[in-house]
Design a protein around this ligand. Structure first.
Ligand code: BJW
Length: 247
């Protein structure tokens, strides 16, 4: 029995919705043991400088440092499992005609939980691409320093750093889903990083019901129709339970 309070009006809107879009951020993977970015004590940016580790300029200055940091994070991700929040989203997908799961996360935990269609806005840590040609060349393999592409440039993680464009196809799919859904769920994101943070606002402008699931208030909270304060791993299974009981 899950004790989270899910408003019945939200359940009714979900029951009648045909198209649902979801945006997830680092918070959904926190209960799996992956640190978020901006949480004051445990977030990655409390301990590491994003300018040095998550920008193309930082990589150009010290490619080995950046490569090692991503190798450590990859190893951490390999050692964790999806949590009840990821599994609840995979199950939720089956209740709707169209369900688009857009994630800012690079950890593949949604896919490992069984979500079928995941739009990755910020890339995936398992892949590497050429730092010059921007072409994905394959899966990461353990090396001390970044290897070189056939063209001679260094390989780098296939993730989106500050100042870089998001993959155009992924962003287009995310925008389309946000603008054509009846319910939009924003889960475990501080809603500070653009253009991902625009998605719930686009959904709002298009008339969707916007729901936020997060233990803390964010920049989005005052705009959302429903704010469900709590951990995604508790709130999402409760939401799924209510929906399944009402469908
Ligand atoms: C829980 C929980 C639990 C905890 N359950 N919840 C417009 C205005 C201002 C600035 C810009 C703008 N447009 C572009 C920019 C610049 C920049 C930007 O947004 N900067 C802001 C910081 C101000 N954006 C970009 O540079 C983007 N590119 C771009 O826009 O290109 C065009 C352009 C370029 C230059 C100028 C103008 C236009 C690219 C952004 C790339 C972000 N990359 C990173 C790293 C990815 C690779 C990696 O992992 O290493 O992506 S940074 C980091 O932030 C990562 C995340 O995906 C992203 C978002 O973080 P997220 O997921 O929200 O995590 P947190 O930690 O912030 O929040 C976690 C939340 O979970 C918290 O709220 C907790 O409370 C909650 N939580 N436990 C539920 N159990």
């Amino acid at each position: 029995m899950n004790t989270c309070i899910i408003p019945s009006e939200l359940v009714e809107r979900l029951v009648s919705a045909r198209r649902v879009a979801v945006l997830t951020g680092a918070g959904i993977s926190a209960e799996s043991g992956i640190p978020t970015f901006r949480d004051a004590l445990t977030g990655l940016w409390a301990h590491y400088d994003p300018q040095e580790l998550a920008t193309p300029e930082g990589f150009a200055r010290n490619p080995k440092l950046v490569w090692e940091w991503y190798a450590e994070r990859r190893a951490r991700i390999a050692g964790v499992a999806p949590n009840p929040g990821h599994f609840a989203l995979a199950a939720l997908e089956k209740h709707f005609e169209r369900f688009t799961l857009v994630t800012q996360n690079i950890d593949s935990l949604h896919q490992r939980a069984g979500s079928r269609e995941v739009v990755e806005l910020h890339g995936n840590i398992a892949r590497v691409k050429c730092s010059a040609e921007e072409i994905v060349v394959g899966e990461y393999a353990e090396t001390e320093s970044p290897p070189r592409c056939r063209c001679g440039a260094l390989l780098r993680p296939d993730v989106v750093w500050f100042g870089e464009m998001l993959p155009a196809g992924a962003m287009a799919r995310a925008e389309e889903a946000a603008e054509h859904c009846e319910v939009f769920l924003s889960i475990g994101t501080s809603a500070q990083v653009y253009p991902a943070a625009e998605l719930p606002l686009r959904a709002l402008s298009a008339g969707a019901t916007v729901v936020e699931i997060n233990p803390e208030r964010t920049a989005l909270s005052r705009h959302a129709h429903f704010v469900l304060p709590g951990a995604a791993g508790k709130v999402l299974p409760a939401l799924l339970e209510k929906l399944a009981a009402s469908a």
